[in-house]
Structure formats: C-alpha cells, structure tokens
Design a protein around this ligand. Structure first.
Ligand code: R5P
Length: 295
C-alpha cells in the first residue's frame, strides 16, 4: 500500500493508479504546542511505500512519523520515496561549524526504512549519505510532453553545467533541437551571475531546464539573457518547482512563455507527473513489490 505524505498527495494518488497499489488514508492532527500526529486508519500491509517530498521542516518530520506509523502497523518491507529531497543543496559544510545538512536528513530517514528512492536529487552523490540501499529516478524526460510541437528551431539550455544531463533528457523527450549551457556563479542566496554561452538564440524558441526553481533568480536571469539576444519564446522547465517568495512574479516579469514542472513539488506549474519513472524504478529495484497489489 502507498502511504502519502501531505505534500505529495497528488503524486501518491497518481502512483497508486499507475501501479494498482492501494492508497492509505492518513489522518493528521496538530497538538496545541504545535507537535504533529499522523494516524493510518488501515493496515498498510507487510510491504508499504511511504511517499513524501521534503518541502518544509514539517514535511520532513511528517515523513519520519509516517515511516514509524507504517512499521507500527506491521510493514516489514518499507520503501521510502522522496520525490523532492529538501536540504540536498546543503551537501557540504560551506563554512566551519556548519553541518552537512543533507547527510543528517539522509541518516535520519535511513533509520526508518529498508530502501530509499529519490527523484532527481540535486547531486547524485547525496545518495551516498543514506545508510540503506538508495537509488535515484529521473522525471526530466517527461518535461518535454507539454511543450508545443511547433517550437521554432529549438535550443535547450541549462543555467549551469550541472543541469546539462537534465537538459539532455528534455531534449531527448522532445526529439529534436540543439543543447547548450550557461556558466553560473552564485553571489548570494538569491543573486547569481550567468555568463551567456555562445549559442545563437536569435529568432529561436528556447527551453531552459534546471533541477530546481527556488527564488527564481537563476531562471529569470537565464530568460532575460535569452530575450536580450533575440529569442522568440522562452519556456522554463524544472523538476522541482519550489517557487518560493516572489519567484513566480520574477519569472513573469522576465517574460517567461510557460513554466513546466513535475509534481515532485505540487504547484500549479506541476503539469508532468513523476509517477511513471518512480513506478519503473520501484519495479526495477524490487520486481516483487508491484505484485502485491491491493495491499
Ligand atoms: C543550483 O545549483 C540549482 O541547480 C538551481 O539552479 C538553484 O537551486 C535555483 O535556485 P534559484 O531559483 O533560487 O536561483
């Protein structure tokens, strides 16, 4: 049975449809002091899958509680799917005295589960921090699905070299087009500097892809550069649309033609579901798992 975290209800429901597995009901309560309580209203079965994106500190805590509730209710083989692994950008101690935050998150999650599946982690190396078997699935290819079929001489760009693999996936999903990337330097939490590539975008449609849009600083800068250089339309695509603070406004002011994201973070832009790559990955790593439908 699939046990949904409250930040991943839509994705969990799609995953349940896709796999034929049952979808557990979870009741939520908050005590007067702010503490959370979750309650499974039915037995999830021996094999269970908890699905929860870490989009906030509460969501992380809820995920730990759901793992524990599943164990209490008799799950002996528990898979934890983390569609969006928050804190993954804090993958090193950037200054003395700082933690490797994502390592702390990974260790905590590992204590409550038998295996972990993360969708498009910021860097694949974060998987090494889990102390149970872990793997990654990619939802990037499907980002091409909502793009118009008539893009003019399209070019697929990433804001930095790190996202180039994702760009390749989107380009492959679309089927045609050139690929290139900018060079990015981060100046502060919401300020970045992009050095344009030599790519000719004049009169062409551009698709910019990143793993995350958070403050929108990176993406709006990339969009602005494309228009300065004569691009016709610029689409913003990402796996995880956090869209914090005024990100949506920043993108609109930059003139974005459309925003396409997956449902690893549930937002109006989440037009593409990560359910299929998650289901495929679950099946690949545990072929028996999906044979226990209805439970
Ligand atoms: C950073 O390396 C990531 O790949 C994204 O480019 C970054 O997280 C986007 O953040 P923001 O939207 O705040 O510029």
């Amino acid at each position: 049975m699939i046990i949904p975290g409250s930040a991943s209800q839509s994705l969990a429901a799609t995953l349940a449809e896709e796999t034929g597995l049952g979808l557990a009901n979870v009741d939520h309560e908050r005590f007067p002091d702010g503490e959370l309580l979750v309650e499974l209203t039915e037995q999830p079965g021996a094999r269970a899958i908890v699905v929860g994106s870490i989009v906030s500190n509460d969501a992380f805590l809820e995920l730990l509680l759901l793992q524990d509730a599943a164990r209490e209710a008799g799950a002996t083989e528990l898979t934890t799917v983390v569609p969006y692994l928050g804190y993954a950008r804090q993958n090193k101690a950037f200054a003395d005295g700082q933690p490797v935050s994502v390592r702390a998150i990974a260790r905590a999650l590992s204590t409550g589960t038998d295996r972990i599946l993360v969708v498009d982690p910021h860097e694949r190396s974060v998987l090494d921090f889990f102390t149970v078997p872990s793997s990654a699935a990619s939802a990037a290819r499907n980002l091409a699905d909502p793009l118009p079929p008539d893009l003019a001489d399209p070019i697929f760009l990433s804001p930095d070299e790190g996202a180039r693999e994702l760009v390749q996936e989107v380009r492959e999903g679309y089927g045609t087009g050139e690929i290139d990337h900018f060079e990015k330097t981060r100046l502060s939490g919401d300020e970045i500097e992009l050095a344009p590539s030599d790519a000719q975008v004049d009169g062409r449609d551009v698709v910019v892809t990143d793993d995350i849009i958070a403050t929108g600083g990176t993406m709006s800068e990339a969009i602005a550069i494309c228009y300065e250089r004569g691009a016709a339309r610029v689409y913003a695509t990402c796996v995880h649309a956090l869209l914090t603070n005024a990100a949506r406004t920043r993108l609109a002011r930059a003139g974005v033609t459309g925003i396409i994201a997956t449902d690893t973070v549930e937002r109006p832009a989440s037009r593409v579901s990560a359910a299929t790559p998650i289901a495929e990955s679950l099946h690949r790593h545990d072929p028996d798992l999906l044979d226990h439908r209805g439970g």
